[in-house]
Write a protein that binds this ligand. Structure first.
Ligand code: XUL
Length: 522
């Protein structure tokens, strides 16, 4: 039975989904996840991030990601699945993060010794021990330099985004400026996705157009690195970046390392992509008209776009989509960690959090808060600080409602640029299990909200991309509706309907939220 494996290296964990797809049968045969902090305490990460004194800096460890990949492959090998039938593998990774490899990496990848875990072997390939990730907001100076070299409009039009602190280009520029010798010793700058794919195929894998869209370096229209952006970022960058490939490209086969170490077959490896492009497929969004909201470490709202229509106001992004079309995306940094902060501050369980939501009225008696517990991406808020408009610091239920309503209103406000009439939302991510949160989502947007069978839409999307890539490589033209059929469809029995009276409350509150945001930003 052909099996398709989707891996998802996210901020806090490594997830996996295995699908069995034959002519008549399509089903999920395995879902699993390994948490970075608790499974690899020796790295000292907190929520997947290495501790740092400067709150603007967020870095993690490529060695940790490699070790987690090994641990997950070991679990798969021990799962009892008949992995002899593994046809193809693909992956999803947190977007924007970068991994810096030295000139020995190409040989190192080819010569990995199956008798040993990958961690120390990877360490020897790094020209920079740490990897900046998407939560890093320390590159405002580099963003300003990139913008002044290219122009904000040209950059947005060509790459789909204004210069953004977390995007890979500004991060590379900061590394080049602060550590020129280490930059010079860097032979290849991978994204997290292309780094992990490289570990699987024993050589430098390409980056797909979707994840490459999160760098400020890709010309969206051509799907190629944009020389003007490369020149404005760092010298010699063109030679250091991986090649860019369409999302269904075969990167290679599972290397002898994985074959020997975990008795896996030489399955085809399809290029990896970013978590949001993969989630687009994992929530079944293969044509323009609907959106998904992912409630994860970041809260994101995204949907397919037939042609790139960048956000002129500058907070949204256009990425290449796994289908060959495009996607619009808005990302809030204060997602699950902000909800967790509130929950923990009042010593609640998630059940108590949901009960507090249910026990408080829509609109929170007209009280508001701006949920900037951490530096925020949308809108750009470099110095964190929660602003309160009537929400008392010590009132648990009011704070629970305040944070959830604020997040949903921010998603609604900052996705207007996509110009999509939102009447149906596909909800995914860990917190999409919480129907009380989803009811607020339905009421704020005035839209139906659906849940999915598989919660990890990024891993599911990666597995479906593996299937699509496998079919395509065999010359079988397969439509995306067929790829996602039955496996990434919203469950009709989970539908949450908006309440007209509550939606009216939010229409009013949203205007006040917008004003409060404007004032706070001033
Ligand atoms: C998207 C973004 C995050 C990361 C982590 O632009 O920064 O959603 O992909 O999940």
């Amino acid at each position: 039975m052909p099996l398709y494996l989707g891996l998802d290296s996210s901020t806090q964990s490594l997830g996996v989904v295995v699908l069995e797809i034959t002519g008549a049968r399509r089903r999920v045969v395995l879902e699993d996840s390994i948490d970075f902090d608790s499974s690899f305490p020796r790295f000292g990460t907190r929520h997947g991030v290495l501790p740092h004194d400067d709150p603007a800096i967020a870095v993690s460890s490529p060695v940790l990601w490699a070790e987690a990949l090994d641990a997950m492959m070991a679990r798969l090998a021990a799962s009892g699945l008949d992995l002899g039938g593994l046809a193809a593998v693909s992956g999803s990774a947190q977007q924007h993060g970068s991994v810096y490899l030295n000139a020995g990496a190409a040989d190192g990848l080819a010569a990995m010794d199956a008798a040993h875990p990958p961690g120390e072997q990877v360490r020897a390939m790094l020209s920079r021990p740490i990897a900046p990730i998407w939560m890093d907001s320390s590159t405002s100076a580099e963003c300003a330099e990139l913008t002044s070299a290219i122009g904000a409009d040209a950059l947005t039009r060509c790459t789909g985004s204004r210069a953004c602190e977390r995007f890979t280009g500004p991060q590379i520029r900061k590394f080049f400026k602060q550590q020129p010798a280490a930059y010079a010793a860097t032979d290849r700058v991978h994204l997290v996705s292309s780094f992990l794919a490289s570990l699987l195929v024993r050589g430098h894998a390409p980056v797909d157009t979707g994840d490459a869209s999160g760098t400020n370096l890709l010309e969206l229209a051509s799907g190629r690195w944009w020389p003007a952006a490369l020149d404005a970022t760092a010298p010699g960058l063109a030679e250091k970046l991986p090649s860019v490939a369409r999302p269904w490209t075969v990167a290679g086969t599972l290397s002898p390392y994985w074959q020997r170490r975990h008795r896996l077959p030489p399955a085809m490896v399809i290029v990896w992509s970013g978590d949001n492009p993969c989630s687009l497929i994992g929530t079944g969004l293969v044509r323009e008209g609907r959106v998904a909201i992912s409630l994860g470490t970041s809260d994101t709202i995204f949907g397919p776009m037939d042609a790139p229509r960048p956000d002129e106001r500058g907070t949204g992004h256009v990425f290449a989509a796994p289908t060959g079309a495009f996607m619009g995306l808005t990302c809030l940094r204060n997602g699950s960690l902000a909800r967790e902060r509130v929950r923990d501050a009042f010593g609640m369980t998630w059940e108590a959090f949901a009960a507090a939501l249910d026990a408080t009225p829509a609109g929170n008696h007209g009280r508001l808060l701006l949920p900037w517990f951490e530096p925020e991406i949308t809108p750009v808020v470099p110095v964190p600080g929660v602003r309160r408009y009537g929400v008392p610091v010590d009132d648990g239920p009011a704070n629970v409602r305040g944070v959830v309503e604020a997040q949903q209103m921010a998603l609604a406000l900052h996705s207007r640029w996509m110009n999509v009439t939102i009447d149906t939302i596909h909800a995914t991510g860990g917190a999409a299990a919480n129907r009380s949160i989803l009811q607020v989502m339905a009421d704020v947007f005035g839209a139906d909200v659906y849940q999915f069978e598989v919660r990890n839409s990024a891993a599911l999307g990666a597995a479906l991309r593996a299937y699509h890539g496998d079919e395509t490589s065999k010359g079988r033209a397969i439509g995306w509706d067929e790829v996602v059929r039955e496996l990434a469809e919203p469950r009709p029995d989970t539908r949450l309907r908006p309440d007209a009276a509550r939606h009216a409350v939010y229409l009013d509150l949203l205007r006040r939220y917008e004003k409060a945001e404007e004032e706070a930003l001033r």
